[in-house]
Write a protein that binds this ligand. Sequence first.
Ligand code: RNT
Ligand code: ZN
Length: 421
Amino acid sequence: MKAKEVERAYSWARERYAELGVDTDAVLKRLVQIPISLHCWQGDDVGGFENLGEGLGGGLAATGNYPGKARTPEELRADAQKALSLIPGRHRFNIHAFYGEFHGKKVDRDQIGPEHFRGWVEWAKEMKIGLDFNPTCFSHPKAADGFTLSHPDRSIRKFWIAHCIACRRIGAAIGRALGKPVVTNIWIPDGMKDTPVDRAGFRARLEESLDEILAARVDRKWNLDAVEGKLFGIGVESMTVGSHEFYLGYAVKHQILLTLDAGHYHPTETIADKISAVLRFVPEILLHVSRGVRWDSDHVVILNDDLLAIAQELVRNDHLSRTHIGLDYFDASINRVAAWVIGARNMIRALLIAMLEPFETLRRMELERDYTGRLALLEELKTMPAGAVWDYYCLTQGVPVAEAWLDEVRAYEREVLRRRT
Ligand code: RNT
Ligand code: ZN
């Protein structure tokens, strides 16, 4: 599409939205300030760079064997850089502890430090982006029997506690180095395939471990702690120790961040409805925007009603200012760079559509019990020219408009990804 055409369509769209009282120029100024944290693990199917010889564990599964996955930190950064160049706005990158750079040395998880993430920090500085962090409590011999922080064996628990403390410190060190706070998100796979008899025991041990982890002094200015609950995983069908209720209570009690992953609830349960509820009681939240298909399958995020509902909840009551938006999915059956671009562009597009809503008008209708008007307007909004505003946003942010980004990913696949053998 030619720039002229994009601009002409935008000026028409701007008038259409102005008729509803929506200022599209102001919307775009707001949109550009919202970073999305791109998850490193889409780039290599949650592989990491440790070479401990352990495959992906913890009930996680990346399916597909599309060629060209990143095998080194350099490749992963190059791929992410390509993706980021096709996404409008300035974003963040979310790394896991086992993506450290160990240069062939065997550094166990309780021994890692900021020195192993220097390459990431240098890259982030060059890219002028923030980073986020995660302990990796899976794909490790000490997690092979499915338990980490709630393990009945104190020495195993101690190992994972040390790992999580190390991660919080790395988070703070990275945050300080970049001048941008890091969210360090704890997710553990602990759970049971079959019905346990002592759920309380596992949960008591998890709480105790988390208390020890949080007791370590880490600068809250640079590291924000988050905890992520889950309903079930493969091989963990009957109980997840760190369930939603467990972490909701824990996060409220300690006033830390609660992570809501879109794939971690019953299939008909959505996280959109939880945002306004939990933000009454926790200071901030982290979202893992994902897409479950029949189960927590971590499909690439698409622009569907679920995603729009999340974006609307964030935008309508300015929950955005207390929400960190991260993506969490891994599809190994399509081009992995494209998977990042598709999911991130959709997240931003959903936020844009939500910001283009005449919220005050809709709210007034609701308060006046004019549900007819509310429904009618919400439906009309669906075919308003948001696409023209989106194209204009991409144009002004210097990224490809509409499907043109795909040509760049195809060229990158030909010239770079296909040569990795
Ligand atoms: C797992 C959680 C967790 C992971 C990442 C890799 O179910 O969603 O966030 O996906 O830590
Ligand atoms: Zn998640």
